[in-house]
Design a protein around this ligand. Sequence first.
Ligand code: BTN
Length: 237
Amino acid sequence: MKIIKKDVIPSTNEFIKEQYESLDNYTVVTAKYQTSGRGRTTRIWESNDSDNILMSLLIKEFKERTDLNLLSLVASMSVHKFLSKYINNLYIKWPNDILVDNKKICGILLEGKMNNNSKMIVIGIGININQTTFNEDINHLTTSLKKELNKDFDINLLTLELSEILVNDIEEFLNGSNIFLDYIKSKLYGINKQIEYTRNNVLCEGTILDIHTDGRLIVKESDQILYINSGEIKIKR
Ligand code: BTN
């Protein structure tokens, strides 16, 4: 694993997507500040300069199990494990937000390029570490290690620690381990509870039952069982 540290770039995910041909498998790119940090769907990812973990990992050696949806769950497990060394009450909101109680501390964005001559997946991770105030509209829904624990952390050290856990977990997964399914299920936000979510923009209620081996969320809605792909529902917090 090689770590490339940048000060200011548009986005660590974009950097890898542009440069992956000349980078090695498992290269990590970090930034102190992103000028166009991106979240899932059309969201932006805002982070103060030097306060937080902003990193992306490149995967370009594909094996049989190299799958975006499953890797996204493996990455959630890794971040959960890593943060659990410092803090309790952490949950994984399927597919890959990490919450402290019900406040978001981490977002993960996987992107892939798959064409005839080249394949790559980038796993982008933003974790709030030393930032204590966020944009007005999300402040009450967002937290950080410092907000929870009232002390500062060394971003470089934490990034290295997380990268090692992540690469290790991915290797185990690619070699056939299914441990991530049980792990995620045991920390899953809203499991076995009646939850509200929007499905295709309609407000619905149902119970989260399980995660399928292909990564889909299994939900019971009235008397039907639904197998949901990421992006189809938005769980309300
Ligand atoms: C989300 O919750 O919507 C996903 C947020 C992902 C943010 C990270 S920060 C590092 C990497 N670079 C980006 O532009 N986005 C991801």
